[in-house]
Design a binder for this molecule. Structure first.
Ligand SMILES: [Ca+2]
Ligand SMILES: [Ca+2]
Ligand SMILES: [Ca+2]
Length: 232
């Protein structure tokens, strides 16, 4: 009986490597699909929370603390820093108990994996009083962000902020780096290539798996129907 030749062994090893890599690729496809599905699910939850806020307040939640302060009758409210402004204002507005709030999904708010505070900031205690923001007693005054499955905060911009000349802020990514979001760039990217319309009242998106801000294009996960299959 003869043994295997070196060439035969190498062929077998090559086949095993090939099969393993095919399996690995299909598995990672499954993982990225489930992460995309999770990002979509979080956006759908927030959309429904925003709809409840709108039915009580009229407008969509403001996309910065200055505008939120004006809405709740505490005009001195300002963003303590230039990081994560949109999503922080959204989360804070949805936590208000006024009218029929709080509007923010309980399990989402309790989930340490999805609720974080990457820039470690908080809102003034006086603004949390029942006649202003009406944030529940005993809950944190931290300015939280909701993050996507890749650890990056969702980006929120309301129609008013979009139209403020020069409006911009940074998004602190999970890896500590920051990305600048500008209203000017958002206006270009969010405009529908055919109809010229913008997402109604607000836009909420995740940078997607690549962690790069595409303003809702490319692999970003969005609160509005993607424009990718539309001819530009
Ligand atoms: Ca901040
Ligand atoms: Ca924060
Ligand atoms: Ca992206």
């Amino acid at each position: 009986m003869r043994g295997f030749t070196l060439v035969e062994i190498m062929v077998v090893v090559a086949i095993i490597i090939l099969l393993a890599s095919v399996l690995l690729v299909s598995f990672s496809g499954v993982f990225s699909k489930s992460e995309n599905a999770q990002a979509t699910a979080t956006i759908e939850t927030l959309k429904s929370n925003i709809a409840n806020f709108q039915s009580a307040w009229g407008p969509a939640p403001p996309g910065n603390l200055q505008d939120l302060g004006t809405l709740v009758g505490y005009p001195a409210l300002t963003d303590p820093n230039k990081d994560n402004v949109g999503i922080e204002a959204l989360v804070l507005a949805l936590r208000s108990k006024r009218e029929r709030g709080p509007y923010l999904d309980g399990p989402l708010f309790q989930d340490d994996e999805r609720r974080t505070n990457l820039d470690i900031d908080s809102v003034l205690e006086s603004a949390c009083a029942p006649r202003y923001l009406d944030i529940e007693d005993g809950t944190s005054r931290e300015l939280f962000e909701i993050v996507d499955p890749w650890g990056n905060p969702f980006v929120y911009i309301d129609a008013n902020s979009l139209n403020l000349g020069g409006f911009q802020y940074n998004v602190t990514k999970g890896d500590g780096s920051t990305v600048v979001i500008t209203a000017t760039e958002a206006q270009d990217a969010l405009r529908h290539p055919v109809t010229g319309a913008y997402p109604t009242e607000y836009a909420l998106w995740s940078f997607g798996e690549d962690g790069i801000n595409d303003y809702g294009r490319g692999d970003d996960v969005t609160s509005w129907p993607k424009y990718d299959d539309v001819e530009e």
